[in-house]
Design a protein around this ligand. Structure first.
Ligand SMILES: Nc1ncnc2c1ncn2[C@@H]1O[C@H](COP(=O)(O)OP(=O)(O)OP(=O)(O)O)[C@@H](O)[C@H]1O
Length: 223
């Protein structure tokens, strides 16, 4: 099994059975291979976030299957889905969602502690990740003391803290100005390549999408 993520026939309608159902995904088939970085491009409202939430086990499809590293996640109880999410997946959002009262390093340490990593090892990993994104000297700073691009680089480190198999990113540089977005995206790609990670990255930015291994246009994969 070489696919890290496999979606088969995934459909989702919000408000199903109600007066105004919204069919968002219809029979989506999508694969991300090991080590592959895939761009997900679609017009606003086409369902990128919905698809990422389903792939990220934060939401369930009405029908179809979600396989992570060959394991069928469909129908698993919430506890098993939470464990799989913690062990296999890293998330990056448009806004960093860092915890404001904790330092950059602590924001990267905390998810590791929640995953059972001993404190010393978690701190060493946080320091190593921050070095890799050029923020080793800002480890003790809180998010409010960092620029937008720096905050997002810390969020990348946090997403990779537990060594996920798959990174899911929703407009990871979408709230940054174009120059910062380019530079921060370079850092993200370097980090992903260094760690041999697979990634599914939603973006409106066609230039960024073109730099990934493959581009999926959501409209085109609707059956
Ligand atoms: N809980 C919900 N109930 C009803 N409709 C919803 C719900 N969540 C999302 N939608 C609708 O589903 C469609 C897809 O939403 P989604 O957020 O997945 O799109 P998107 O492609 O990520 O959009 P954007 O690029 O603007 O963030 C939109 O029309 C949205 O209004």
């Amino acid at each position: 099994m070489n696919d890290v993520l496999q979606l088969t026939g995934v459909s989702k309608t919000y408000g199903k059975g109600g007066p105004a159902p919204v069919e968002v995904l219809s029979s989506i088939d999508l694969r991300v291979a090991r080590g592959e970085v895939v761009a997900l491009v679609a017009p606003s409202g086409a369902g990128k976030s919905t698809l990422l939430h389903i792939a990220g086990l934060l939401d369930t499809p009405d029908s179809g299957q979600v396989l992570l590293r060959g394991r069928d996640m469909t129908g698993l109880p919430d506890k098993a889905r939470t464990e799989a999410r913690r062990a296999e997946l890293g998330f990056i959002y448009q806004f960093h969602h860092l915890l404001p009262e904790f330092s950059a390093a602590e924001n990267i340490v905390l998810p590791q502690l929640a995953n059972g990593t001993p404190a010393r090892a978690a701190q060493a990993r946080a320091a190593d990740l921050l070095d890799r994104v050029g923020l080793g000297h800002r480890a003790a700073h809180r998010p409010a003391e960092l620029s937008g691009g720096e905050q997002q680089r810390v969020a990348f480190c946090r997403a990779l803290a537990n060594g996920p198999a798959l990174l899911l990113a929703d407009e990871p540089t979408g709230n940054l100005d174009p120059d910062t977005s380019d530079r921060v995206f370079d850092v993200l790609m370097a980090l992903v390549r260094e760690t041999g990670l697979s990634a599914l990255i939603a973006t409106h930015n066609h230039d960024l999408a073109a730099r990934m291994d493959r581009v999926i246009r959501l409209k085109e994969i609707v059956a």
